[in-house]
Design a protein around this ligand. Structure first.
Ligand SMILES: Nc1ncnc2c1ncn2[C@@H]1O[C@H](COP(=O)(O)O)[C@@H](OP(=O)(O)O)[C@H]1O
Ligand SMILES: [Mg+2]
Ligand SMILES: [Mg+2]
Ligand SMILES: [Mg+2]
Length: 405
């Protein structure tokens, strides 16, 4: 049994239903040379919850720009998703509306960030590029994207900006070609994370983070279909809940959530659950993205009683940051390389809410290596109390299943 949270896709109108399916990075040791010698070691999972060298800086301006950019991109995506779900051609094989939303969201975020922060050198590591869009057969798609970007800007208080041309849109998209790395400031963007959820009418997120000297220093997650109320113990009777969450976090300043409509932010914290029997866990909706059988084995070893909650996208990190569930397990099939834009914003939102994010060996995630994350086997997320037991269960389960990984 598993529970999956999403906007209802049938009927494709509104509301959220519960579908029941059968089925301190680089931390250094304290050094007291004249007093005594200390034998001191910090478990890796605790290092993973600590901030790096750039902790004392404020990123308020960048955070304000990131919230604005991600919120507008979410509006654009919502518009496309609504049209997609209402049209008669919303079959999963029709990729074009998704493409339009992905590109439109990336162009919009890129354009707004650069415009709002003119004094800061602009570097963006983002998922999409314009190669296909520049082809002759994509001319109409490109016009549609430009139209969407301009409509979104005009209808959300940015009507004073002169409309973007097709070429402006292509340029904005291609700003996302940065390689990132360990030096300087780099934005990290997934314009639509959870494309498959987007297509189904379920969860997706616009995920935006900022790296400073290779460390994530802020993260914003816009989740248009995530209910504002907790999705823990959700049942059909509360399927009319309002949806649309904006999570944001800045290093050493906590994690906050507000509605995408602009309600006042509230501070959020990860679950305080210490007993795994009371914990529930999140994983990808898509079995192709994560080994569900390995997660089940881990959960069983830990003593987790609740069935997995399957959700698309970094909405999982958002939901975890406010304590809707206590654990997120992600174990891609062998050979898959994780990208930084699939985790940077989510990592920040969870870490600042008191959670811990590591790879399957308990190492902190390293966002300084370029566009990819190099990690051991998978990604695990939980609170500090549960992490030691979770790590043990993960490592035992991986050993048992090693032949299939
Ligand atoms: N085989 C695979 N294994 C793991 N992750 C995959 C995958 N194929 C795609 N993904 C990633 O999984 C992301 C969605 O995450 P989730 O499974 O949590 O919904 C996708 O983001 P996009 O939708 O932005 O492409 C994509 O980057
Ligand atoms: Mg993604
Ligand atoms: Mg994406
Ligand atoms: Mg993708």
């Amino acid at each position: 049994m598993s529970a999956s949270i999403g906007h209802s896709s049938t009927p494709l109108t509104r509301g959220v239903l519960l579908h029941i399916n059968a089925t301190k990075p680089a931390h250094s040791k304290p050094h007291f040379p004249f007093l005594f010698s200390v034998s001191y070691s910090i478990p890796n999972y605790l290092r993973a919850s600590r901030r790096g060298a750039v902790a004392s800086m404020s990123y308020d301006k960048q955070l304000a720009a990131a919230k604005k950019a991600a919120s507008l991109a979410a509006r654009l995506c919502q518009k496309v998703q609504t049209a997609l779900l209402q049209s008669d051609v919303h079959s999963k094989s029709d990729k074009s509306p998704v493409t339009v939303a992905d590109y439109g969201s990336q162009a919009l975020v890129s354009f707004i960030l650069e415009k709002e922060l003119p004094s800061i050198p602009f570097s963006l590591v983002a998922e999409e590029d314009s190669e296909d869009l520049r082809k002759e057969e994509s001319r109409e798609t490109l016009h549609r994207i430009t139209e969407l970007v301009n409509e979104t800007l005009a209808s959300h208080g940015m009507g004073d900006i002169s409309p973007l041309s097709d070429e402006d849109v292509l340029i904005a998209i291609d700003k996302g070609k940065s390689e990132g790395g360990p030096h300087g400031l780099h934005w990290v963007l997934d314009p639509i994370d959870g494309t498959k959820g987007f297509l189904r009418g379920d969860q997706y997120a616009t995920a935006l983070a900022l790296l400073d000297e290779g460390k994530v220093v802020l993260g914003v997650l816009a989740c248009p279909n995530l209910p504002l109320a907790s999705i823990a113990r959700r049942d059909q009777s509360i399927s009319e809940d309002k949806a649309g969450c904006l999570f944001f976090a800045q290093v050493d300043a906590g994690t906050y959530m507000q509605s995408l409509d602009g309600s006042p932010p509230t501070k959020v914290h990860v679950s305080a659950i210490e007993n795994p029997e009371e914990a529930s866990f999140f994983e990808s909706f898509e079995a192709a993205h994560s080994l569900h059988d390995l997660s089940s084995l881990i959960a069983k070893k830990l003593g987790v009683k609740a069935p997995p909650v399957r959700i698309d996208s970094q909405a999982k990190y958002g939901a975890l940051s406010r304590g809707d569930g206590a654990i997120y397990l992600r174990f891609p099939h062998k050979g898959y390389r994780e990208k930084i834009w699939d985790h940077a914003a989510g990592y920040m939102v969870v870490a600042e809410a008191g959670g811990v994010v590591t790879d399957a060996a308990g190492n902190p995630l390293d966002f300084s290596k370029g566009r990819y994350l190099d990690l051991d086997t998978g990604i695990i997320v939980t609170n500090q109390k549960l992490m030691p037991a979770l790590l043990k269960a993960v490592q035992e389960s991986i050993k048992e299943k090693s032949s299939s990984l």
